[in-house]
Design a binder for this molecule. Structure first.
Ligand SMILES: [Zn+2]
Length: 332
């Protein structure tokens, strides 16, 4: 970084690929980064724009605000947060500043999780990221190949810019919260905000456009091995089955390229088969170590390929071992 001025808002290093899904419905697909950014769904209606999720830091949300100019001149009216994880709401503060009438919406469970856990995790990051930066610097000093050095240099830049932004964050909590369902009736479009049960978190919000047959899933469905650290593996499949009852053809996921219903079947199959395998092993009295040794070999023939599209960035087996650990703790 050759930046020398700290005046004004941070310049964004987040990269997005804007894609049209249906008339007036777009997705900004986030490029992989050391500090992950989520995708954003962009839904245009006659009177303004609905944005779904705001990434890990304000500068990433500002990249979206800039990119929006190429899609529409209408203002953002609503920002929806699908869940309380940092990489889906840390950019919230950008929208009320850019669009003074913008409201931020989520469900009551997710708003409570932001207050109880999300705000604390911001302080955890402020304390922890300097350690990550020190490790990246040490790894960089020890790196031998030009490829490794370039990657570590890029990761270090991301970690440093993330630390600067998370330290200065002014968390913008949702201004509106609903219980189970909220429907926005625009002249040209219906936008349904749904709670379908626990999955990736206790309060996952799904956004469903019945006319356009599009659903936005947050991290309840993603393009790589799901993170289950705050999740409910035993409830997840039932929630996905309720999702599957909706009539849609396009899925905008929290991470990864937009997909169709075939990916939902694969993703559901993975969660189902992993949970059942761990349950079976635990019922027979297997230790966590045994389960972590045996279950990956059982699942690999079906799932290692489909879940390795982003394998260099999010390796399947590493994610699976963490999923097994979480599930084992919950079933035993
Ligand atoms: Zn998440």
């Amino acid at each position: 970084m050759d930046c020398c001025s700290h005046e004004g808002p941070a310049k964004g290093d987040a990269k997005f690929d804007f894609k049209k899904i249906a008339d007036g419905v777009h997705v900004a697909v986030a490029a992989p980064a050391y500090k992950v950014n989520c995708n954003t769904a962009i839904i245009e209606s006659d009177d303004g724009v609905v944005i779904v999720d705001t990434h890990s830091k304000p500068s990433a949300a500002r990249v979206i605000v800039e990119g929006l100019g190429d899609i529409t001149k209408k203002p953002v009216r609503y920002v929806v947060n699908t869940h309380f994880h940092w990489d889906h709401w840390h950019g919230n503060e950008v929208y009320p500043v850019a669009y003074p009438n913008a409201e931020i919406i989520t469900n009551q469970l997710t708003r409570e999780a932001m207050v109880r856990k999300g705000l604390k995790r911001i302080q955890d990051h402020v304390r922890q990221v300097p350690g990550e930066i020190a490790k990246l610097k040490a790894d960089l000093a020890a790196a031998k190949s030009p490829g490794d050095r370039a990657q570590l240099q890029a990761d270090l830049g991301h970690a440093e810019s993330y630390l600067a932004e998370v330290t200065a964050l002014r968390p913008a909590l949702p201004t509106m919260a609903f219980e189970r369902t909220m429907k926005l009736y625009r002249r040209d479009r219906e936008i349904h905000l749904l709670y379908l049960g626990r999955a990736h978190t206790e309060g996952d919000v799904f956004v469903f456009l019945p006319k356009e047959k599009v659903v936005v899933t947050g991290d309840a469905v993603i393009g790589w091995t799901p993170f289950m650290g705050d999740g409910y593996p035993e409830d997840w499949v039932a929630t996905l089955d309720r999702l599957a009852e909706l009539d849609f053809t396009h899925i905008i996921m929290g991470h990864g390229e937009p997909a169709g219903r075939d990916w939902l079947r694969t993703f559901r199959g993975y969660v189902h088969d992993m949970v059942e395998a761990v349950r079976e092993e635990a019922a027979r009295g297997a230790t966590l170590e045994d389960v972590q040794r045996r279950v990956p070999d059982r699942l690999a023939p079906t799932y290692e390929g489909p879940f390795s599209t982003y394998g260099d960035y999010r390796p399947w087996r590493a994610g699976l071992l963490r999923n097994i650990e979480r599930t084992y703790a919950m079933v035993s």
